[in-house]
Design a binder for this molecule. Structure first.
Ligand code: NAD
Length: 492
């Protein structure tokens, strides 16, 4: 039986988005005179020709955002809140349509795409609720006589740059707080997945967000577009999610004009299993932490540290679950893991596995792959992985689970922290005291204790060391788009 590929309803959705006029500026869909192909990652077929933006569109987007800024900043918080709330409702009502769009351009399994739409919409609901709770303070000064009034102001036009792995959620996690704070935005989605970002921008305008508040420029020349924004004196904020290398480059550019910067960068999450862990719960957590999005998540479990007493049983259970994973196009019934994003991603994953095998690791379990032409790699469980293997030292961003065995707490923690990245971590143990003491000693911004998911719009998402600067979600999300101002007042 031929595999089910992208359904015609998705092609209709794409047609409605009119991606050839996908430079979304000042509420208009504009052509740029050039296009690039957005591909189905399962087959390599071109799904759409998308307007390829350059410096002219980047500048026009800032013109629109700068013109819309005073009006949006002066709009009552309740009105901003209600627009975000309506956008949440529209996204939820269109879950199936948006999920299919995400699956088509990103490749992820439909169940993963639906979960992403829910997660992405939640940022609009959460920040609708935060929009009406602005920060402020009032106090008499210690010396008496004067009063201190503290208020917060929107930082201004904000440049948002997002990756392809969560094309909806990485956009809403930035747009939601920016709009709640009263900022207007210029967004550059990844060129692999621009359609979802365009759909989100259109939904926001349908929800009542005025034209010019949210502008989208997709491009094959990210450096030119983002460079133009960072050089433009009207742009006051850069919020970036992507690799540590590009984040470092952008911080360098932002330094020239001292642009307010938030960075959500790469991860290398350890997944620690203690001898007393509930192994069924640990395997269930490992499956989510490793295979959500086929391993292409910044929070993905990257290296499994399993206590020697339980490693055999854990590997058997985890391996059986991995072998049961169906790999294929998102639109085939039963698909759990889709293709990787690119041929380069497959080559990188292959090289990491080959390095591990050359250093003495073994493939203990592996799922089947797909016969489609896309960039597939079978979910693989590696055992006997030495601590210096590239696969445990680097962010994998693919469906590979390397297992390292441990016996002593101190040596395990030394290996866990022996990395410049510190985004997420996971600890499984039946002894909550030990789990929390261990979690406190792990150098990571987020630790899942007896669970395989840390992402939650109400919690501060972000990393330490080279995994980033600042936090998204929670109350912190809005603060990232505000400046504190205070008035020292003498009314004696
Ligand atoms: P990437 O850094 O290659 O791309 C991210 C974005 O930056 C894309 O929009 C891309 O077009 C743009 N970009 C690339 N080069 C640029 C340049 N020179 N100037 C300006 N913009 C440029 O990352 P990716 O491969 O798309 O995403 C994977 C990475 O993102 C992983 O390292 C992952 O861990 C990280 N990530 C982090 C988080 C987080 O919240 N910490 C979330 C998702 C992904």
């Amino acid at each position: 039986m031929a595999p089910r590929l992208v359904p015609s309803s998705v092609l209709d959705t794409i047609k409605t988005l009119d991606p050839e006029h996908g430079a979304h500026i000042g509420g208009q869909g504009l052509s740029t005179g050039r296009t690039f192909g957005v591909r189905d990652k399962a087959t390599g077929d071109v799904l759409a020709d998308y307007a390829d933006g350059g410096v002219a569109e980047a500048t026009a987007a800032v013109d629109a955002a700068a013109a819309a800024f005073p009006g949006w900043a002066a709009t009552a918080p309740r009105v901003r809140s209600e627009a975000l709330r309506r956008a949440f409702e529209l996204m939820v009502a269109r879950t199936d349509e948006l999920a299919a769009l995400i699956s088509a351009e990103n490749g992820k399994a439909l169940a993963d795409a639906r979960a992403e739409v829910t997660y992405a919409a939640e940022f609009f609901r959460w920040f609708a609720e935060e929009a009406v709770r602005p920060d402020g303070d009032f106090a008499e000064s210690p010396a008496g006589g004067t009063r201190t009034i503290v208020t917060s102001r929107p930082v201004g036009v904000s440049a948002l740059v997002t990756p392809w792995n969560f094309p909806a959620a990485m956009a809403t996690r930035k747009i939601g707080p920016a709009l709640a704070a009263g900022c207007t935005v210029v967004l550059k989605p990844a060129s692999e997945t621009p359609l979802t970002a365009l759909a989100v921008a259109r939904i926001l305008e349908e929800a009542g967000v005025p034209a010019g508040v949210v502008n989208v420029v997709a491009t094959t020349d990210a450096g030119a577009v983002v460079g133009a924004w960072l050089a433009d004196a009207r742009v006051r904020k850069i919020s970036f999610t992507g690799s540590t290398g590009v984040g470092s480059l952008l911080l360098g550019q932002a330094a020239e004009r001292i642009v307010n910067s938030s960075m959500e960068l790469g991860g290398n999450a350890p997944f620690v299993v203690a001898a007393d862990a509930d192994l069924d719960a640990a395997v269930a957590g490992a499956m989510i932490a490793k295979f959500r999005n086929g391993g292409q998540a910044c929070t993905a479990a990257n290296r499994f540290y399993v206590h020697a007493d339980v490693v055999e049983e854990f590997v058997a259970k985890f391996g059986a679950a991995i072998e049961a994973l169906q790999v294929g196009s998102a639109f085939e019934d039963g698909t759990a893991v889709g293709p990787l994003i690119s041929a380069k991603a497959v080559a990188g994953t292959t090289a990491l596995v080959e390095d591990a095998l050359a250093r003495g690791a073994r493939i203990a379990h592996q799922a089947g792959s797909s016969e489609l032409d896309g960039h597939f790699y079978p979910p693989t469980l590696l055992v006997d992985v030495p601590a210096d293997a590239e696969v445990v030292r680097n962010e994998i961003f693919g469906p590979i689970a390397p297992v390292v065995t441990w016996t002593e707490d101190e040596e395990m923690l030394r290996q866990v922290n022996d990395t410049e990245l510190g985004l997420a971590a996971y600890v499984f143990s039946g002894d909550l005291r030990w789990a929390l003491k261990t979690a406190e000693r792990i150098e990571a911004g987020m630790v899942g204790v007896n669970r395989g998911v840390v992402s939650d719009p109400s919690a501060p998402f972000g990393g330490v060391k080279q995994s980033g600067l600042g936090r998204e979600g929670a109350r912190d999300g809005v603060r990232a788009f505000t400046e504190t101002q205070y008035f020292s007042v003498d009314w004696s």
